[in-house]
Design a protein around this ligand. Structure first.
Ligand code: NAP
Length: 261
């Protein structure tokens, strides 16, 4: 199926590796130009090189998206280089394990500024450009902890539930401009950042990281973790021209981790 993404311009936050990079890759595969972001220049350059090899325009913007300034830089450089914007994917974030007792104010500021407020700021800077597109799309990447209770996941549950609310309200505010706003909830996904994180979580629980990983697999209906490409391909469909009547919707791509009806 041709998703109608050829020649469109997309900006994906937090995308030099992991799920963001997989989304950029799936969009590039469809002929969509992609702007990616990250703070590590070497990783960013390598990711841009890989994307350009698919024959599309790709740029990397080095910016810290935990600040309003960084979000502004990402969108303005993207629009300057591409001449417009059709698709925004808010993806940046990640889990900082913590409890009510051991999370400091500084850590909370990092989590909330990166995993939540960056979505608000980047959307604010992108909307004037998306309004000029004939098929403006916003996709927010939250996580299954925004839908399914996962005891211990305090720091992701808060931004993820808020992102779902943000998606709904933006869908209402931008529907009149023909812009769709949706949300995708990945389940546990085999990204680079899970290597050290799984080790750390396993250590706290007194188990091995393999036992920790197997425990997660057992909680899904498919009995395994997701590969980043599986999230990327679902995201590419959601932001495509083919997906024209879905807005304000949360799509779970979690292998059946979420058990509610
Ligand atoms: N992996 C999972 O199992 C899973 C499950 C559910 C939901 N999610 C969600 O999916 C999203 C992506 O997760 P992931 O696992 O793919 O993350 P990841 O592997 O840690 O990748 C994060 C990306 O964002 C960039 N980044 C991080 N902080 C940044 C900042 N302040 N400014 C600019 N760029 C920044 C990183 O590059 P630099 O470090 O170089 O900046 C990297 O490219 C997150 O929102 C996460 O909550 C993930």
């Amino acid at each position: 199926m041709d998703l109608g993404l050829k020649g469109k311009n997309a900006a994906i936050t937090g995308s030099s590796q992991g799920i963001g990079n997989a989304i950029a890759d799936s969009l590039a595969q469809e002929g969509c130009n992609v702007a990616i972001s990250g703070r590590d220049q070497e990783r960013l350059d390598q990711a841009v090189k890989n994307l350009m090899a698919k024959g599309i325009k790709a740029i990397g913007v080095n910016c810290d998206l935990s600040s309003d300034e960084g979000c502004k830089k990402f969108i303005s450089e993207t629009v300057e280089k591409f001449g417009g914007l059709d698709i925004l994917v808010n993806n940046v974030g990640g889990m900082i394990p913590g409890t009510l007792d051991n999370m400091t104010e500084e850590l909370w500021n990092t989590v909330l500024n990166t995993n939540l407020m960056s979505y608000v700021h980047t959307t604010k800077f992108a909307v004037p450009h998306l309004k000029k597109s004939s098929e403006g799309r916003i996709l927010n990447v939250s996580g299954v902890t925004g839908k399914q209770l996962l005891p211990g996941a305090l720091t992701t549950t808060i931004p993820n539930t808020a992102i779902i609310g943000f998606t709904k309200i933006m869908a209402a505010e931008l529907g009149g401009d023909g812009i769709t706003v949706n949300n995708i909830c990945p389940g546990f996904t085999n990204t680079e950042s899970w290597g050290p994180r799984a080790e750390k979580m396993a250590e706290v629980r007194g188990i091995t990281s393999d036992q920790m990983r197997d425990g997660v697999s057992a909680q899904t209906l498919l009995g395994r973790w997701a590969e980043p490409k599986e999230i990327g391909d679902a995201a590419a469909f959601i932001v495509s021209a083919k997906n024209s009547y879905m807005t304000g919707t949360t799509v779970e791509v979690c292998g059946g981790f979420a058990k509610y009806i």
